[in-house]
Design a binder for this molecule. Structure first.
Ligand code: SF4
Ligand code: SF4
Length: 332
């Protein structure tokens, strides 16, 4: 069988997904027996023009990690879609927006002001912001356009498979690699490298059906071993998070942060978690419930850390010409 032509790309992301590919360890040698890497800017000096020169559909598989934050991400997504037979949204940034999409809690100008005016390490008395086009003696310089809203890969191009995780764990990546090499992928549009259930179903900690009256940060208490962390007042996203990781964090006494995104039956991970919390707090009236919930630091950041781009929120209310508006459409 001819070797597969494989591409990997990194849009708006932290790079963790690229590192995760290397975590398959010496199995990468087996991968390279079956696949030639024809585009991976993180590890070799490929240029966009190299990819532009490929025939359409030249790459058998492209693993695309990162969210779509600016015009460069969108343009490369379109290019790689054209040049790939199979395009995989790889990791939670590409599948659900993940950490970059938490910026959707702010407006475009708020983000630019913070980065270019207000940040403690910035000295910018002339209030210079990045421009998409700048004239210099040699001609015009171009920068990508910074979009208002962070989107997923599937929001800008058709995607064949979705492999969530922040990052996906190495064994799940390997399962998917074997499926690709063996031509055993499920039907297009499937979520791969995951379980069908919630992390709670993989977690070995005992549930005692106990309600809570207070939340604790993980560093504030030493949890009782083997007992559900949520029932001990430590916010654990296990009830609202898709399994696939093997409950690794729970095995190390750390709560689930939700990095595999919502379960198969839930689109909005934060709403699912709010429901789970509603059923576990011990409050006789609204004031008591509010006092317990107020003990949660940064609820939006907790509940939507991995799924903001696909939440029903999409973004918080933005100030527009002095009026408060709810933007629910996907904007550039
Ligand atoms: S999914 Fe997580 S590890 Fe991967 S690029 Fe995004 S933030 Fe980084
Ligand atoms: S809430 Fe967390 S600790 Fe409790 S069973 Fe679910 S995954 Fe385990």
């Amino acid at each position: 069988m001819a070797k597969l032509k494989l591409g990997l790309y990194w849009a708006a992301s932290c790079g963790g997904c690229e590192i995760a590919v290397l975590e398959i360890g010496d199995r990468i040698l087996t991968l390279l027996e079956h696949a030639d890497v024809v585009f991976w800017p993180c590890v070799a000096d490929f240029k966009y023009k190299d990819v532009q020169a490929y025939d359409d559909g030249y790459m058998d598989v492209c693993l695309f990690n990162g969210a779509i934050r600016n015009s460069e991400g969108e343009e490369v997504a379109q290019l790689l879609r054209k040049k790939s037979k199979v395009l995989v949204a790889f990791g939670s940034c590409a599948t659900k927006g993940c950490i970059p999409a938490l910026a959707n809690l702010y407006g475009r100008q708020e983000l630019l002001d913070r980065a270019y005016l207000e940040c403690e390490s910035v000295d910018n008395p002339q209030k210079i912001f990045p421009q998409t086009e700048t004239a210099v003696a040699e001609g015009k310089l171009h920068l990508p356009e910074f979009y208002t809203t962070v989107r997923t890969l599937a929001d800008v191009v058709p995607v064949d498979y979705f492999l969530p995780g922040c990052p996906p764990v190495a064994d799940r990546i390997w399962d998917v690699v074997l499926a690709i090499v063996g031509g055993n992928l499920p039907s297009a549009g499937s979520v791969v490298g995951v379980g069908d259930k919630a992390v709670c179903d993989e977690c070995k900690r005992e549930k005692r059906q106990v309600k809570i009256t207070k939340f604790h940060r993980p560093h504030e208490i030493i949890p009782e071993p083997d007992w559900c962390l949520l029932e001990q007042g430590i916010l654990c996203m296990g009830p609202a998070t898709r399994s696939g990781c093997g409950a690794l964090c729970l095995n190390a006494d750390m709560p689930c942060r939700g990095c595999y995104g919502p379960t198969a039956n839930e689109e909005d991970q934060g709403a699912a978690m709010m429901g789970a919390i509603g059923s576990i707090i011990d409050a006789k009236d609204d004031d008591a419930a509010k006092a317990i919930i107020d003990g949660l630091p940064d609820p939006a950041g907790y509940f939507y850390r991995f799924g903001m781009s696909k939440s029903t929120l999409l973004r918080r209310k933005l100030r527009n010409n002095g009026k408060r508006e709810v933007k629910i459409e996907v904007l550039k």
